[in-house]
Design a protein around this ligand. Structure first.
Ligand SMILES: Nc1ncnc2c1ncn2[C@@H]1O[C@H](COP(=O)(O)OP(=O)(O)OP(=O)(O)O)[C@@H](O)[C@H]1O
Ligand SMILES: [Mg+2]
Length: 406
């Protein structure tokens, strides 16, 4: 025992990156449903709380679409500085779907040192000939290159190019735009202008289907909800289903078995209950439980190990929780009190002006701290570890409206 190298706890239970289809627990139906919709030409909007598996499900669905013969293009707006960079990313990803171009692009990029520069010479000329054979004028890529100075034009051209390539090759093209709420920040251009452009171009490209994903649910609903906004009703909201406790139990057992570990039924129940259905929190608890087992040179996880995993996970998250608390405090005088009340399941508005309380709740929601089940539903904090942190803070004393000493 202990002679063979153990699998790393964060390899078994990753918590800081989207996870591959093989490591995903549950969500198979979501992936199939999403892929079917996209292959059928439906645009989707995945707007959900942070760290709940949006990117993982979208990645998996996009991979299924690729297996089914669709072209695929993915961009994470969070990682891109501006419209020109987004235009470049979309163009390169789109062209890479064509096997001839993929090789040419890779070669040219190595030679030019930068893929974008490569596009202007070798690869673009190949693209031009290649698509030209299909009777399509592919000045587009060259236009794109020229349009570098005018990044709005470059972005429009890049989005148009998606439709051109799809049509030329008789394929469906699935576009995945992750962290789409970044559009609202303005660095890709005026948000209204960008969303109008996307809508106008994509509506004329029936071979392209798009999945927009974003973390700040409210922001996404404002961009796509039934308002006069540009993308209004362009995409159907796609809600990720819950991961059932049975799926968690089976999935966590399976992953532990990869390191030759077993877990007692009661310990497993405890882990799943503490994770409270939250994907990342559950994985984090499993990660710490496994790490403790490794330290103790054991391959059987019991209740004591799972119990010890919780304070370790809380310590690991301490910095993150502290930052969240600071963010909450910036949201207004009563924000911390209200967040703590949500965490404790206490009466929300007691001692507060209803309008002040409602405004503060909206701010907490927009900041991604609290969620609401439906427009008039109960408020809650989805991440059980954050909830525990907030519930454990000392109460702020008598709030509010009373004069000091009154
Ligand atoms: N189906 C799943 N099975 C197991 N763990 C999952 C699953 N989905 C998500 N997770 C956990 O949540 C973490 C975050 O996943 P992912 O990046 O897909 O979520 P996200 O909603 O896109 O997050 P963000 O808000 O940061 O963009 C993963 O590292 C993993 O720990
Ligand atoms: Mg994500």
């Amino acid at each position: 025992m202990g002679t063979t190298r153990r699998l790393g706890s964060s390899e078994l239970f990753p918590t800081d990156t989207p996870i591959g289809p093989d490591a995903m627990i549950g969500r198979r139906d979501d992936v199939t449903r999403m892929a079917t919709a996209l292959l059928g030409g439906t645009n989707l909007v995945v707007a959900g709380p942070r760290r709940t598996g949006k990117t993982s499900v979208c990645d998996a669905a996009v991979a299924v679409c690729a297996q089914e013969g669709a072209y695929t293009v993915a961009a994470d707006l969070f990682l891109l500085p501006d419209a020109a960079a987004l235009a470049e990313a979309l163009t390169l990803a789109a062209l890479a779907n064509r096997p001839v171009l993929r090789a040419a692009l890779a070669r040219a990029a190595r030679a030019a040192g930068h893929a974008w520069d490569a596009l202007s010479d070798a690869a673009t000329i190949r693209a031009h000939q290649d698509l030209g054979d299909a009777g399509i004028d592919l000045e587009l890529a060259l236009v794109l290159r020229r349009a570098q100075a005018g990044s709005a034009e470059a972005l429009r051209t890049a989005v148009q190019l998606l439709g051109v390539i799809a049509e030329a090759d008789g394929r469906r093209l699935v576009l995945f735009l992750d962290e789409f709420q970044e559009i609202a920040g303005g660095r890709f251009g005026d948000p209204d202008a960008v969303t109008k452009m996307l809508r106008a171009v994509l509506q004329r490209a029936p071979a392209v289907s798009v999945v927009f994903a974003g973390s700040i649910e409210h922001m996404m609903r404002r961009l796509f909800g039934p308002s006069e906004r540009a993308l209004s009703q362009f995409g159907a909201f796609f809600d990720l289903g819950p991961i059932h406790p049975d799926e968690w139990r089976a999935g966590l057992r399976e992953r532990l078995a990869l390191d030759g570990c077993a877990i007692a039924d009661t310990a497993l129940d405890r882990l799943v209950a503490t994770g409270d259905g939250h994907p990342r929190a559950t994985m984090l608890l499993a990660q710490h439980a496994h790490a403790i087992a490794v330290e103790e040179l054991r391959r059987d996880l019991d209740d004591a190990i799972v119990a010890a995993a919780l304070p370790r996970a809380m310590r690991g998250e301490a910095l993150c929780h502290q930052q969240t608390l600071e963010l909450i405090r910036e949201l207004g005088r009563h924000a911390q009190t209200l967040a703590q009340r949500v965490a404790l399941g206490a009466v929300l508005y007691e001692g507060l002006q209803p309008s002040t309380a409602a405004r503060t709740m909206r701010r907490l929601r927009d900041a991604g701290i609290v969620e609401q089940d439906g427009p008039r539903g109960a408020w809650r904090i989805g991440d059980p570890l954050l909830r525990r942190f907030l519930a454990g803070l000392p109460a702020l004393g008598r709030i509010a409206l009373d004069p000091p000493g009154g």
